[in-house]
Write a protein that binds this ligand. Sequence first.
Ligand SMILES: Cc1cc2nc3c(=O)[nH]c(=O)nc-3n(C[C@H](O)[C@H](O)[C@H](O)COP(=O)(O)O)c2cc1C
Length: 210
Amino acid sequence: MQTTQSSHSEIVLYIREEIIMKVLILGFSNNIVNEDSFIPNKKGLTLSCIEICENKINELGHEYEYICMNKKNINKCYACGPRGWGKCLETHTCIQKDDFNEIYNQMHKYDAYIFVTPVYFHEMSESAKTFFDRLKRCDSFNDNSEIKDKRMMCIACAGGSGSGTEETLNSFDTLNYFLKTNMVGRIPVTKFNFNKQKELIKETINKLTS
Ligand SMILES: Cc1cc2nc3c(=O)[nH]c(=O)nc-3n(C[C@H](O)[C@H](O)[C@H](O)COP(=O)(O)O)c2cc1C
């Protein structure tokens, strides 16, 4: 709280409201230890980036929930319904009884999203593709979307040659286009740029939560 003197000698009170943001972090690798990792304690690259996000969000006094998506049971989209458009085009919910709807139905509670995937074969991981395929189906043409306009940040972790981060981030751009979300940052991470990108991740979290 700040006090200051106005031109009419009134004491004006300014109350700076601290807004606590809620961030949902979805990680698409369950690799805790990676024997090939260049990170000193052999951590997985995806998980290392997630840890940077968690620490920065904590430091800023915001809240987060992290979900390891590889531990979830999420099947491929069946492209059900007429002409392959899926029943979800109308209902905005998936007919499958797996873990997808539970996560999708929680997404409105958060102010911002961080998606972190390893790069496999120059693309996002299989668990990421499967989840985002269904998310696009359910929410792209939803006039009452509660995901629309939310802030999003994406990290593509390529621990091998480093190739494929752009292709992966391009897919996130497509996701952002269909969900009508607000892409705040798209970050390629490789073993060559990891130390530099750590700082970019932290700066982008500043923007994501400001
Ligand atoms: C099936 C598979 C495909 C991969 N394809 C690529 C690739 O296209 N480009 C790359 O730089 N690294 C590639 N890698 C290496 C991973 O990006 C690297 O192991 C990364 O660290 C994975 O994240 P993690 O450490 O969180 O498991 C691949 C790894 C696997 C297992």
